[in-house]
Write a protein that binds this ligand. Structure first.
Ligand code: NDP
Ligand code: GDP
Length: 326
């Protein structure tokens, strides 16, 4: 019989790629989606990957335990991937309470639904390198202490520790993946890589004259979402649950990432980038650099797609998208 996977956040970047991956492995995939007044919009990333007809979508919300419980009892999943979040760091200062409720307490709701409705299932929590924040070690591993710098990161820390706690308290197979930034053509437009690749494509096509950015000296360890969803699945195939850093082990400034995109389009970056204080944050995470040694050793995982390949793929996808919509 086919294995059953239940995903929250299926309409997001990772939810779409993970669904595609799980379908290729023969899983039955069910996703929990929020009802919205815009019919169809919730499926656009799934449509992009042409898998919208192959997944089942049920209405629910991670803030609404009864909806989660009903779905868990109905589906009886083998694996639960909790990807839902208010996931944009900058917005978490504007909506800190909502961020705590969705990105933090939402994790406990999903764990409670599993504990009551399907305690034999395996659980993945989408934790984040943002939890390291003001970094305590030059290269961050599973043992590096956390120092969150945004309401988003504080909420993620709650999600991480409640996952560890439910594993230790109730013996649930619950793993936390501490994923460093990962991107793709399906990344939300507000995140810096996609903002840059979309901006470069617009400038190239004569649709924009400049690209306004904030702190381009910050550094991130960027990988490709397609590589990272594989690591999520590998975690749930292990006999015991654990926590893993998923990263590339290479860090790059926003400036250098940006240059890759402009160079690919044959444009001179310095002519177009404008620094705008509106995009600076109340507290910054200056640098992130992950140590994926444990994931390599225990999961046999390593990233396959380089930053350069990914940024080129994203610029090309944005050029194609904009040309189509013109
Ligand atoms: P996205 O922002 O693309 O997707 C977030 C998903 O969560 C969307 O499907 C969204 O639904 C859903 N969601 C938001 N609020 C609720 C709610 N109240 N109830 C149910 N679903 C909700 O994020 P990514 O795919 O990039 O990331 C996936 C997860 O991994 C997130 O938890 C993120 O914080 C975490 N993460 C991501 C990293 C990255 O670099 N991408 C790095 C580390 C962690 P809707 O479409 O309705 O808005
Ligand atoms: P984050 O690491 O989850 O916050 O991912 P983002 O892609 O949103 O931001 C990555 C880094 O890019 C942060 O240090 C931001 O301060 C920096 N950055 C600089 N300019 C911008 C911008 O215009 N938009 C965003 N989103 N980030 C920017």
């Amino acid at each position: 019989m086919a294995k059953r996977a239940l995903l929250t956040g299926i309409t997001g970047q990772d939810g779409a790629y993970l669904s595609q991956f799980l379908l290729s492995k023969g899983y039955e995939v069910t996703g929990i989606v929020r009802r919205s007044s815009h019919k169809g919009l919730e499926e656009h990333r799934l449509q992009w990957l042409e898998i919208d007809k192959q997944v089942k979508l049920l209405y629910g919300d991670v803030a609404d335990l009864s909806s989660l419980l009903r779905i868990v009892q109905q589906i009886q999943p083998d694996e639960i991937y909790n990807l839902a979040a208010q996931s944009f760091v900058a917005s978490s200062w504007d909506q800190p309470i909502l961020t705590a409720e969705i990105t933090g307490v939402g994790v406990m709701n999903m764990l409670e639904a599993m504990r009551i409705g399907a305690p034999q299932a395996r659980f993945y929590q989408a934790s984040s390198s943002e939890m390291y924040g003001k970094i305590r070690e030059p290269m961050q591993s599973e043992l590096t202490p956390f120092h969150p710098r945004s309401p988003y990161a504080v909420a993620k820390l709650y999600g991480h520790w409640i996952t560890v706690n439910y594993r230790e308290s109730f013996g649930l197979h619950a793993s936390s993946g501490i994923l460093f930034n990962h991107e793709s053509p399906l990344r939300g437009i507000e995140f810096v890589t996609r903002k840059v690749t979309d901006g470069v494509a617009r400038i190239k096509l004569g649709l924009a004259k400049e690209l306004r950015l904030g702190n381009i000296d910050a550094k991130r360890d960027w990988g490709h979402a397609r590589d990272y969803v594989r690591a999520m699945w590998l975690m749930l195939q292990q006999p015991t649950a654990d926590d893993y850093v998923v990263a590339t082990g290479r860090t790059t400034t926003i400036r250098d990432m940006c240059r890759i995109a402009f160079d690919h389009a044959g444009l001179e970056m310095d002519k177009y980038v404008v620094i705008d204080s509106a995009f600076f944050r109340p507290a910054e995470v200056d640098v992130l650099l992950g140590n994926p040694a444990k994931a390599k050793e225990k999961l046999g995982w390593s990233p396959q797609i380089s930053l350069e390949e990914m940024i080129v793929e994203m610029v090309e996808a944005d050029l194609a998208r904009l040309k189509r919509s013109r």
